[in-house]
Design a protein around this ligand. Structure first.
Ligand code: A3P
Length: 319
């Protein structure tokens, strides 16, 4: 049962209404805040979180640009961390959506329920979509471990387009794909621009590889075994030789696989919150790399690739 926070978020309405506004992703409006397009409904929560969130040294942060594989990374890190607590056939991930196992701080703060995070036992796994410069100071000053997942921006856009259209009321037309494409190319997309978001974490992972693990969605898809071993090692709970021999790594992969999670009753019909417009199945659409080919002309793909190359030039990162 959700406990009401005795400290509701302060009223930042005046500050927010003065920020630049983008309405093209309606029903979600975004505001340009500290250089990034933040969804308006979570903005007061983010302001509150920036001022008041107290990280713990053993917190683990699962971070991403939205639609890059957050749900999967939440499931994997949670399954890795709790693998000795629960048998795989009675695991919480079988009855709960990964977003219920690893809270999304932006929304928790926006709902005035920050005390739920304080009540979590350590070590906590927490998630935000905030770009690195906007993270609360305590996460940076305590040098907490961070795992970041990125994805080919072309697939991020397609995934975002479907997700945003699912949020639209039946009376609203879907967003024309060409319009979504234009907004995305201009960096005007929730938590965007995607390139600045990715680059900040990439650079931080180069500076502090022991604290910031940078993953690509496509690499996890291609070699889940290697990715899960790497995740566990980074999290400080590597698999023992016995676990490896007994197939525990494969169990984690199977439990968190797209087909498994998508087939669960909780993810077919459940909802994250009664007031949230989407059902959990919106987080499990196709789960593949390269679906952009079914939505973009080669010319559009080339344009987006060119922007990505320009933005990432000199960084050593390719997407
Ligand atoms: P698609 O829309 O391309 O299918 P996020 O979790 O950051 O919102 O990202 C959602 C994307 O991750 C969706 O992509 C979704 O299908 C995909 N996804 C969710 N769970 C997954 C899993 N277990 N394995 C692979 N992809 C997954």
């Amino acid at each position: 049962k959700k406990v009401a926070d005795p400290r509701p978020p302060s009223n930042y309405a005046d500050l927010i209404s003065a920020l630049p506004l983008e309405e093209g992703w309606a029903p979600v409006r975004t505001r340009k805040f500290q250089g990034f397009w933040i969804p308006e409904p979570v903005l007061p929560g983010i302001m509150d979180m920036q001022q008041n969130f107290k990280a713990r040294p053993d917190d683990l942060f699962v971070l991403s640009y939205p639609k890059s594989g957050t749900t999967w990374l939440k499931a994997l890190t949670y399954a890795i961390m709790t693998r000795t607590q629960y048998p795989f056939d009675h695991h919480p991930l079988l009855g709960q959506n990964p977003h219920d196992c690893v809270p999304f701080m932006d929304r928790t703060y926006a709902k005035g329920q920050a005390s739920e995070l304080d009540a979590m036992p350590s070590p906590r796994i927490l998630n935000t979509h905030l770009p690195y410069p906007l993270l609360p100071d305590s996460i940076k000053s305590l040098c907490c471990k961070v795992i970041y997942v990125c994805r080919d921006p072309k697939d991020v856009l397609v995934s975002r387009w479907y997700f945003s259209n699912r949020m639209r009321l039946q009376s609203m037309e879907p967003i024309p794909f060409t319009k979504a494409f234009e907004m995305f190319c201009e960096g005007s997309c929730p938590y965007g621009s995607v390139w600045e978001h990715v680059l900040e974490y990439w650079e931080e992972s180069q500076r502090r590889p022991e604290k910031v693990l940078f993953l690509k969605y496509e690499e996890i898809l291609e070699d889940p075994l290697r990715s899960v071993l790497r995740l566990a090692e980074f999290m400080g709970c590597p698999f023992s030789p016995e676990e490896e021999k007994e197939g525990v790594v494969e169990e984690v992969i199977k439990l968190c696989s797209f087909d498994k999670l998508k087939s669960l009753e909780v993810n077919k019909t459940g909802k994250l919150h009664p007031d949230f417009p989407l059902t959990n199945d919106s987080y499990f659409r196709k789960g593949e790399a390269g679906d952009w080919r079914n939505h973009m002309s080669p010319e559009m793909a080339r344009k987006l690739d060119r922007i990505t190359e320009q933005k990432l030039e000199g960084s050593g990162l390719t997407l």
